[in-house]
Design a protein around this ligand. Structure first.
Ligand SMILES: C[S@@+](CC[C@H](N)C(=O)[O-])C[C@H]1O[C@@H](n2cnc3c(N)ncnc32)[C@H](O)[C@@H]1O
Length: 213
C-alpha cells in the first residue's frame, strides 16, 4: 500500500540508500521458499531501521518477530562492536533459514535467536535494552509494551511496525476485527503513556518511534 502518490514514493526510494546484496538474496529466497513473504520489512523500511540503529548505536537490541531475519540484519548494522541483538520468533521452522543468513552477514555471533512465544521469552531475558523493534502478532502489541518498558534504558527507543494497519485505523471498526482494535488501542497507549514520547511516522505501513524519558 502506498500512502504517498506512487510516483513520489518511487522518488523517495530512489533517493535513499540501496539495500545490501545479502538482503536482496534473503528476499529472493524468502519469496521462493517461505509462506507470506509480504511480511518482510523490505528495502526502504530496512534502510530506515538501519539508519535509526546507527543513530542510536545500541548495545542491546530486542526484536519481536524475526521472520526470515531481514530487519534483524538491518538493525544489527548499528550495533556497538560488542553489542548483541536478541530476536524472538514463535515459528521454529524459520530457525535454520535465519541462521544461514545471520552467519553470512558477519553479525552471526552478535545475533541470539530465541524460538517461542515472545510473551514467555521476554520475562526470561535478564538484561535491559537500548532499542526494541516490535513486529510480531498485533493483538499482543500492548502486552509487549508492558513487558518491555521496565527493561528499556532511559533514552531507549521502541520502534513499532504496522501501526497504520493498511489504513484500517481510520476506517469504521468491525467488532470482529481484533487486530485493528488492538492496533488502535496500542496507538492510544503510546500516545498517552507518560513514560515515553512518541512520533508516528507514515513510513510504509506506519512505524512509530517511542523514546523512554
Ligand atoms: C511481520 S513478521 C516479522 C517480519 C520481520 N521483523 C522483518 O522485518 O522481516 C511477524 C513474525 O512474528 C512471528 N510471531 C507471531 N506471533 C508471535 C509470538 N507470539 N511470539 C513470537 N513471534 C511471533 C511470526 O512467526 C512472524 O514470523
Amino acid at each position: 500500500m502506498f500512502f504517498l502518490p506512487e510516483k513520489l514514493d518511487h522518488y523517495v526510494v530512489e533517493h535513499s540508500e540501496q539495500e545490501p546484496q545479502l538482503l536482496q538474496e534473503l528476499t529472493r529466497e524468502t519469496y521462493q521458499k517461505i509462506l507470506q513473504p509480504i511480511m518482510l520489512s523490505g528495502p526502504y523500511q530496512g534502510r530506515v531501521l538501519s539508519m535509526i540503529s546507527k543513530l542510536v548505536r545500541p548495545k542491546i537490541i530486542l526484536e519481536l518477530g524475526t521472520f526470515t531475519g531481514y530487519a534483524t540484519l538491518c538493525l544489527a548494522e548499528g550495533l556497538q562492536i560488542d553489542g548483541e541483538i536478541h530476536t524472538i520468533d514463535i515459528n521454529e521452522e524459520l530457525h535454520d533459514f535465519q541462521r544461514k543468513y545471520f552467519d553470512k552477514s558477519g553479525f552471526g555471533e552478535q545475533i541470539i535467536q530465541h524460538t517461542g512465544n515472545a510473551l514467555d521469552i521476554i520475562p526470561s531475558l535478564d538484561m535491559s535494552f537500548d532499542l526494541v523493534f516490535i513486529d510480531a502478532d498485533k493483538p499482543n502489541y500492548s502486552n509487549y509494551f508492558h513487558l518491555i518498558i521496565n527493561k528499556l534504558n532511559p533514552g531507549g527507543i521502541i520502534l513499532s511496525d504496522n501501526v497504520l494497519w493498511h489504513g484500517k485505523v481510520v476506517e469504521p471498526l468491525n467488532d470482529k476485527d481484533k487486530s485493528t482494535k488492538a492496533v488502535l488501542d496500542y496507538n492510544t497507549l503510546l500516545k498517552s503513556d507518560e513514560r515515553v514520547e512518541t512520533v508516528l511516522l507514515p513510513i510504509r505501513d506506519g512505524l512509530t518511534i517511542s523514546r523512554k524519558k
